[in-house]
Design a protein around this ligand. Structure first.
Ligand SMILES: C[S@@+](CC[C@H](N)C(=O)[O-])C[C@H]1O[C@@H](n2cnc3c(N)ncnc32)[C@H](O)[C@@H]1O
Length: 232
């Protein structure tokens, strides 16, 4: 699938679905090379398709992790989780969202086995953490309305009552994580309101985020699936 750029002419006509080839993906990512090689650098692709850009960003981050942490398993696991948690995508086609999630998951799992001597697989608990984060970060949504998609024949009421796209921000302090949920619409609005960016005490430009719609208490990152499932 990765090398096929078109699934059907109908989908090209309906949602402009033409996937970007690997060579172009890499050329474009090279324009922000430093960011793609920063483990915790956040990327959001608002029409991510089946993930051609996101998988390459993940591969680049994993290469940095391999170089720096190959011999320290617990640090490597933490850094890999941070890398995954900083990758976000939205697509209007549900099958693209599912495929994108699965590709990212498969890449991180097989990479983990490759970097470990004796091809050790990640533990089930760690895979559950990765899977949970991916399903919170790669979302089915309409990047124009910033809500869950509704059919073309939806009424105005149905359109207005569609759920807003809600992303989770994951902030790590060692192996503790704080999750904050934001409506994508509020993030977009805050970003346009703070351009040019505000400067912090060090003179660096920073983005002032809006208020989260929900903030959770810090937990050990390995508890992500069990803790949030009971708190949603
Ligand atoms: C040109 S393809 C690009 C896919 C991917 N970014 C890539 O480069 O391989 C456009 C993608 O946008 C998605 N799309 C179209 N309209 C959208 C919308 N309103 N919101 C979110 N995604 C949308 C399509 O489903 C398709 O996957």
């Amino acid at each position: 699938m990765e090398d096929r750029q078109i699934r059907s002419h109908q989908r090209v006509a309906e949602v402009g679905e033409v996937f970007t080839a690997e060579r172009e993906v890499n050329a474009m990512l090279d324009l922000v090379k430093q960011e793609t090689e920063r483990i915790d650098s956040r990327f959001l692709e608002p029409a991510c398709g089946n993930g051609n850009f996101l998988v390459e960003i993940l591969r680049r981050k994993l290469e940095v992790i391999r170089r720096q942490y190959q011999k320290q398993t617990s640090e490597l696991e933490l850094q890999t989780t941070i890398a995954l948690s900083s990758i976000y995508g939205v697509d209007i086609m549900k099958d693209n969202v599912e495929e994108c999630c699965q590709r990212l998951f498969d890449i991180v799992c097989s990479w983990y086995s490759e970097v470990h001597p004796q091809q050790k697989s990640p533990s089930q608990k760690l895979m559950d953490v990765w899977s949970y984060i991916l399903h919170r970060n790669i979302l089915w949504g309409d990047a124009l309305t910033l809500r869950e998609p509704v059919g073309a024949d939806a009424t105005a009421i149905e359109k207005n009552s569609a759920q807003p796209i809600t992303f989770s921000e994951w902030s790590f302090i060692r192996d503790m994580v704080i999750r904050k949920d934001f409506h994508l619409a509020a993030l977009v609005q805050a970003q346009s309101a703070s351009v040019p960016f505000v400067k912090n005490d060090q003179g660096n430009e920073v983005f002032l985020p809006p208020e989260p719609i929900r903030e959770y208490r810090p937990i050990l990152y390995m508890k992500i699936p069990t803790y949030y499932d009971t708190k949603q």
